[in-house]
Design a protein around this ligand. Structure first.
Ligand SMILES: Cc1ncc(C[n+]2csc(CCOP(=O)(O)OP(=O)(O)O)c2C)c(N)n1
Ligand SMILES: [Mg+2]
Length: 361
């Protein structure tokens, strides 16, 4: 292209299932009845998991917890589009993505209970640990994606982060490098419109977050993040493109955090309740339920049964998590180094001398 030619860019928007539960059949991905009901089941499990963990925190049974209420479609749609060898790099609000990935719920609860062993992924769960530092894991994900490419592996990294993370240097550094090296990366920015009390308007003057991909030299697409079919299709298409060596894709999942930022936050202090009410009407589970009923894929009673077993699954996981023997106090000295440096060894010995009665168990 001549250097003097103007270049036009476009950011597509994808919605398949609207708020009333009507799907655009022309855009609808190929999904069996079982797959659609599985989407529903996982989204409900995520919602109930959230609800129960929030209450457990209030009872002092888990520590600070980050709920994902409202973001279930963004997480379930994308994870179900992944293949066996693909990996996720989560932030800290991806409990529903973990559930969809097949991670045992008791391990997730163990993590939120403050036990770091819950951040060690069980075999077969292709996920990096929970990343609390905002945006930092984007660079890890890109590094891993690039490594997959160098090793000629078929895997792709699917990296989740929030709108707030898109203001971090890690986002620009990571995605820029991913573009240059055509790293197999699908970056999913869950734009839930708030970074704690900071609205997305204060993160960027850009109209969309998806358009930031253009500067990195790859495709960015804005997707209705409360539409599980659109998230599934966008992720599947992105994975196909990435696996064909055509470079990374940035998906902006336009969604909303219906709950507080964490159990340590009170969103009523900075959010207009009218805004929340507007988004309650766009609830991803409600619209999928309408679709399922309308298409006669399941009856109300069958869906209630799914909800009942989801609740039981979470309750059982809580019981299992609470039976796990707590980690020993010297664990804080473990797992960072394969061989402890002298100063860590010295601190460990000092700790043992000072707190011998607590260590001997
Ligand atoms: C590097 C860093 N800075 C600040 C924080 C405190 N913090 C935790 S979550 C958060 C906002 C994140 O917003 P966003 O990326 O939109 O994700 P969301 O919480 O909405 O899922 C902040 C500032 C942190 N964890 N890490
Ligand atoms: Mg956010």
């Amino acid at each position: 292209m001549p250097e003097t030619t103007a270049v036009k860019f476009e950011v597509k928007y994808l919605q398949i299932l609207d708020e009333t539960g009507k799907a655009d059949e022309k855009l609808m991905p190929k999904l069996s009845k079982e797959q659609i009901l599985r989407m529903y089941e996982l989204m409900v499990e995520g919602r109930i998991f959230d609800d129960i963990l929030f209450k457990l925190q209030r009872e002092g049974r888990v520590l600070t917890f980050a709920p994902g209420k409202g973001q279930e479609a963004a997480q379930v749609g994308s994870v179900l589009a992944m293949e066996k060898d693909d990996w996720i790099a989560p932030a800290f609000r991806e409990n529903t993505a973990f559930i969809a990935l097949g991670m045992p719920m008791d391990v997730i609860i163990q993590y939120w209970g403050g036990d770091e062993r819950g951040n060690k992924m069980p075999d077969g769960i292709n996920s990096l640990p929970v990343a609390i530092p905002v945006g930092g894991h984007i660079t890890h994900a890109v590094g891993m994606a690039w490594a997959f490419k160098l090793q000629k592996k078929k895997s792709t990294m699917v990296c989740f982060f929030g709108d707030g993370a898109s203001s971090k240097g890690d986002f620009y550094e990571g995605l820029n490098m991913a573009g240059v090296f055509k790293a197999p990366l699908v970056a999913i920015c869950q734009n839930n419109q708030w970074a704690i009390s900071v609205p997305v308007k204060q993160q960027t003057a850009a109209e969309t977050l998806a358009q930031k991909a253009i500067a990195f030299g790859f495709e960015g697409i804005k997707v209705d993040g409360n539409d599980v079919f659109a998230m599934y299709k966008a992720t599947k298409d992105a994975l196909e493109k990435v696996k064909a060596g055509k470079g990374p894709v940035l998906i902006e999942a336009y969604t909303y955090r219906l709950s507080d930022h964490t159990t340590a936050d009170d969103a009523k202090k900075y959010r207009d309740p009218k805004e929340v009410e507007k988004w309650v009407l766009k609830d991803p589970i409600v619209r999928l339920k309408k679709y399922v009923i309308e298409k006669k894929l399941a009856s109300e009673a069958e869906l209630q049964k799914i909800e009942g077993s989801a609740r039981k699954k979470v309750d059982d996981a809580v019981k299992r998590a609470e039976q796990i023997q707590p980690a020993g106090p010297t664990d804080i000295f473990e797992y960072t180094y394969s061989k402890k440096p002298w100063h860590v060894q010295e601190e460990l010995e000092d700790f043992k001398r000072t707190y011998s009665e607590k260590v001997d168990r």
